[in-house]
Design a protein around this ligand. Structure first.
Ligand code: ADP
Length: 261
């Protein structure tokens, strides 16, 4: 019986993961289709066409990578963490997103200078950011501002939210904020649950935030969500600072927050 239970639990995890990958794959397809649609609407502007095509190509390549990872996972492979320059990832993601967002959505970057190096799986981090950015887009049907922010953070005491704990130490904060519809306390409380969605059938799988949450937990990081109905939402990801980088750098400067809450 114990063994059966373990198998069922493992199946549940695989099911959640597969659903999550399908969700991410769908997000990437949204980018590809959106860009092709824009190309079709005005195929003569070659400079614009080549920009849109480059972005669609990048999303297509990410999709291929995702499928590759799904195959790798079925062979029981896990996260492949690397040292990451979050400012570079955010800058690249925002360029990739621009054509997918309506002109009424402004993208703002608040990148901390002298940001430490993070340690996480870069492909999965990008999937998380895409999920969060598309949630922000959905929350701003009448336009608004999507803000990406990075900062170095030091926690002196254990920081707890939901059922995840962040041990004291050095972390990188990356937030994705919108000025959209926000969430009621009731929705906020359930937002991270797998398959919880308030979106119409076919528009949401309810797996985006649960994937982000799972990724951070597995990476030794942490997820905080601040949201207020009518005002907007800020999703903060905390990733561990790369230990390898610590030895190579001068002592850490004091925690910095650039325009944070
Ligand atoms: P999905 O986007 O497929 O619904 P998620 O797990 O990403 O799945 O989100 C779950 C729910 O949380 C959404 O249906 C929505 O109600 C709420 N939510 C997530 N992100 C935001 C946001 N930026 N603004 C407002 N509500 C959000």
């Amino acid at each position: 019986f114990e063994e059966k239970l373990r198998r069922i639990q493992r199946l549940e995890v695989v099911g959640q993961l597969a659903g999550g990958i399908a969700h991410d794959f769908n997000n990437l397809l949204t980018v590809v289709i959106g860009n092709l649609d824009l190309i079709q609407s005005d195929p003569k502007d070659s400079e614009r066409v080549s920009r849109l095509a480059a972005s669609a190509l990048q999303a297509g390549e990410r999709g291929a990578e995702l499928v590759h990872r799904m195959v790798a996972f079925s062979r029981q492979q896990t996260l492949d963490p690397h040292q990451i320059d979050l400012n570079e990832v955010v800058t690249r993601m925002s360029e990739m997103l621009r054509p997918t967002l309506s002109a009424r959505i402004a993208i703002e970057l608040k990148l901390a200078p002298e940001l430490w190096t993070a340690f996480a799986d870069p492909g999965q981090l990008e999937d998380c950011l895409l999920n969060l950015a598309l949630n922000a887009r959905d929350a701003m049907p009448d336009g608004g501002t999507l803000t990406f922010e990075t900062a170095n953070r030091v926690f002196d005491t254990t920081h707890t939210a939901r059922d995840s704990e962040l041990k004291p130490g050095a972390y990188l904060m990356l937030s994705v904020s919108d000025t959209g519809v926000g969430m009621s306390p009731d929705v906020l409380a359930q937002a991270v649950q797998p398959f919880f969605t308030t979106k119409e059938v076919g528009k949401g799988s309810g797996l985006g935030l649960s994937m982000v949450y799972g990724f951070l937990k597995q990476s030794g990081g942490h997820l905080d969500i601040y949201s207020e109905a009518g005002l907007g939402t800020s999703v903060k990801l905390y990733l561990p600072r790369s230990v390898g980088a610590v030895a190579a750098e001068p002592p850490p400067p004091a925690a910095q927050i650039v325009g944070g809450k």
